[in-house]
Ligand binder design. Structure first.
Ligand code: ADP
Ligand code: SR1
Ligand code: MG
Length: 387
């Protein structure tokens, strides 16, 4: 067995655990001969080890192992994080694939002692964030993403489930350490002037007053935090940025679902649209106007496809959808602002401070105007100041 670095977990244990489950799945059979197995660290996730176990003799034979260390991997052992996230992610992968088949990688097993998820290797898929930075994304893949998430919301929605089923869902996907991370790193710290975890460039600091000196931005961010924590609407992904999606031509799969919980559906769509909006500013700044304009279409297509497929609602449908879009605007504003002022930035805007300043303006406009936004078209007009 050979291993290439970047992992904090014990790779011998990864192999032992997969071998002990090899009888469950034909795809795992190759690990029975450990000399033929190579272990390679994949991805650049913040929280966990993700490794590929592959058969040296057959490039089509591999599986992915995801291991949750008892701390935030990118920060180190002094930043503890509950290991239950592995179990939450495994259960969420199963729920998502049950609701919308093919929406996520297939799961092979979860070992609760070793805290290891073993799943399908999406060998031919690529990280959407890397693709969109290169200006690569098809309309069909955008629709595929929106359709999967709409169906997951619809099938696991308070309007659809019986009371006992909703109670069971709430029990399985309640407030976890990771939901608390979002509460802190999306809704609280980025809006707290001088929070030590915030970081931004000199250029951005000249514009930070747009957030810190605007009581309406701060009050609306607080309102969105309350909606995020208190609205028990449906099972949501909980961290649906472009780095949580993998694409292959017109197909897309959702992944990294450890933030899953029962919350407002608009949070997922708000995060997704916010990431398309940040991509707009990257491409405008790179002089790639054509692709920048396509990101506007991606947002509209996302809204259209989502509403065509998310047919569960409470109250009257029109009112529900209008309020949903208003929440999308508020959440998108929070996501954009936290990616520029907060601890976790996006690669799209790295090294592009002027694009980050423009995106910050869009985030502020969306939060301020959220109550006047009830269609995705209007959301785009306000985000980008279109005429
Ligand atoms: P983290 O929870 O640490 O953020 P992720 O689940 O986001 O980890 O995975 C990190 C990276 O590993 C992804 O961006 C992707 O490149 C790769 N990866 C994760 N799961 C798979 C999979 N099933 N197939 C192929 N690559 C994967
Ligand atoms: C310190 S929180 C880091 C971020 O990484 C995850 O992907 C989530 O987006 C989280 O907010
Ligand atoms: Mg991740």
């Amino acid at each position: 067995m050979a291993c290439v670095g970047g992992l904090v977990g014990d790779t011998d244990q990864f192999l032992r655990v997969v071998r002990s489950h090899a009888h469950l799945e034909d795809n795992l059979a190759f690990v029975r001969e450990p000399d033929n197995v190579e272990i390679v660290a994949v991805g650049d996730g913040n929280l966990n080890d993700v490794a590929r176990l592959k058969d040296r003799r057959n490039s089509n034979s591999s599986v992915i192992v995801k291991y949750a260390p008892p701390f935030i991997k990118c920060l180190g052992p002094e930043y503890p994080l509950a290991v239950e996230r592995g179990s939450v992610e495994f259960q969420a992968l199963v729920k998502f694939n049950t609701a919308s088949p093919g929406s996520c990688p297939r799961t092979y097993f979860y070992d609760s002692t070793a805290r290891i998820i073993c799943m399908e290797d999406l060998r031919s898929y690529k990280d959407l964030r890397r693709e969109i930075i290169q200006g690569v994304l098809s309309d069909e893949a955008v629709k595929c993403i929106a359709k999967h998430i709409a169906i997951v919301h619809r099938q696991n929605h308070v309007a659809k489930l019986s009371t006992p089923d909703m109670e069971a869902l709430l029990k399985l996907f309640g407030y976890t350490d990771l939901v608390q991370l979002t509460e802190q790193f999306v809704f609280t710290k980025p809006f707290t002037k001088d929070d030590p975890t915030n970081k931004f460039s000199e250029e951005v600091s000249m514009h930070a007053h747009l957030v810190y000196d605007n009581p309406q931005v701060l009050a609306n961010a607080e309102k969105m935090k309350k909606v995020f924590l208190e609205k028990k609407e449906c099972l949501i992904h909980g961290d649906l940025h472009t780095g949580s999606i993998m694409v292959c031509n017109d197909s897309a799969k959702l992944m990294d679902i450890e933030f899953a919980f029962v919350g407002p559906g608009a949070f997922d769509i708000g995060c997704l649209i916010a990431n398309y909006i940040m991509s707009y500013y990257q491409h405008m700044s790179d002089g790639n106007r054509q692709f920048a304009y396509r990101t506007i279409d991606f947002c509209k297509l996302t809204g259209k496809t989502y509403f065509e497929n998310m047919t569960s609602y409470t109250g009257d449908m029109d009112g529900y959808n209008k309020n949903f879009v208003s929440e999308v605007a508020g959440f998108a504003g929070c996501e954009i602002i936290r990616r520029i002022l907060g601890a976790a930035h996006v690669e799209d805007l790295e090294g592009r401070p002027l694009a980050a300043v423009d995106a910050l303006g869009a985030g502020v406009r969306l939060i301020v105007a959220k109550d006047r936004i009830d269609t995705v078209d209007r959301l785009m007009v306000i985000a980008h100041m279109l005429t």
